[in-house]
Design a protein around this ligand. Structure first.
Ligand code: FE
Length: 343
């Protein structure tokens, strides 16, 4: 949609005064967003974008699988301009199904580190999260310091982790494949399976609750689940966070495995220019702060301050493996889990 200049604004007012109803004279068009991420702070961010640019946001929220189904069904007629989701594995699925288009933006390329965006501009990181090791400070005096150590027999029967169908577990094993090769990754997954305290179950918060209830001494989970329990009331976890220690694995070596929530421009975006503007807005300091603090995550743009709950977890060295690699190794990761009988 072309930008309206002062002349058309005046014309708009003129026509309005003769009684014909029009969209607001300052309107710069709209942008249709499909999002599988929902936080109140995201809504504040969208409102700020509209106030700053005059571009109206039409938001459709849903689970990523139903949004993807909808995009496929709508095909060329899809109104979707921007797609927002979590985990590079899902961004890979969107890309593989040809639901995104590559865009060129010096601003996005300049501000977002190369490993946190697609090489051809099909998706860009918006926030970052790390997958870390949690442990019971009372009973575990020497917690694992690396992902490799999680598979060490000395932790037999101590580890809680979620099921292999979960995208976070797939991305973690995919990163092991990328770094160490398939054989080593399979040996690692088998070692992890041997160390499990119980059958894989529940979400990341449930792994942390497992430490609180003494079912497990060590757990694998994303950073924001723990930070959230510090900031707000999470049942069965808040009030017990002092019992739990955090290790950022592989410091001084490969760095800790990170993932993103991210966004891309839809393949058939009818408002492509506005879509790019919205993605660029996501990298502004205000938007980075809204996005990151809303889900207790780390910003992707270097130099943006951390929210206070995230500050308590601390800073860390992140693995700089291009996140595209995670998607590429996803199917193999699922096969490996299946082959070893990791549920
Ligand atoms: Fe999550």
């Amino acid at each position: 949609m072309p930008h309206k200049n002062i002349k058309t604004m005046a014309l708009g007012l003129f026509i309005l005064s003769s009684g014909i109803s029009l969209t607001p004279a300052y309107a710069e068009g709209e942008v249709n967003v499909y999002s599988s991420r929902h936080y109140d702070t995201d809504n504040r961010l969208f409102a700020d974008f509209t106030e700053t640019t005059g571009i109206k946001i039409n938001l459709i929220e849903g689970k990523i699988n139903s949004l993807m189904e909808r995009l496929r069904f709508e095909g060329k007629n899809s109104p979707a301009d921007v797609i927002i989701t979590t985990d590079a594995g899902r961004l890979y699925q969107l890309e593989r199904d040809d639901l995104l288009q590559g865009i060129q933006s010096d601003e996005l390329q300049g501000k977002i580190p190369a490993n946190l965006r697609h090489g051809e501009g099909k998706w860009f990181g918006v926030t970052q999260r790390a997958r870390v090791i949690y442990y019971d400070k009372e009973t575990v005096k020497n917690p694992p310091q690396t992902y490799t150590e999680l598979a060490d027999p000395k932790y037999k029967g101590m580890v809680c982790a979620r099921s292999s169908s979960n995208i976070y577990m797939l991305s973690l094993l995919a990163s092991q494949i990328a770094h160490n090769g398939e054989d080593a990754a399979k040996t690692w997954a088998q070692g992890l399976l041997n160390n499990l305290a119980r059958d894989p179950q529940g979400g990341d918060t449930d792994q942390l609750r497992g430490i609180v209830s003494d079912e497990c001494q060590i757990a694998i989970g994303n950073t924001y689940y723990f930070a959230r329990a510090i900031r707000t009331k999470v049942k069965g976890l808040s009030g017990h966070t002092d019992k739990i220690g955090v290790v950022f694995p592989d410091q001084g070596d490969k760095g800790t495995h990170v993932n993103i929530s991210g966004a891309g421009v839809a393949k058939h975006a009818p408002n492509k220019e506005n879509a790019i503007k919205l993605l660029e807005y996501f990298t502004s300091e205000a938007a980075q702060t809204y996005f990151a603090s809303g889900n207790d995550e780390y910003p992707v743009v270097p130099g943006v301050a951390l929210s206070s709950s995230v500050q308590q977890l601390g800073e860390f060295e992140a693995d700089v493996l291009p996140l595209e690699e995670l998607g590429r190794n996803q199917a193999r990761a699922q096969q490996i889990y299946n082959e070893i009988g990791y549920k």
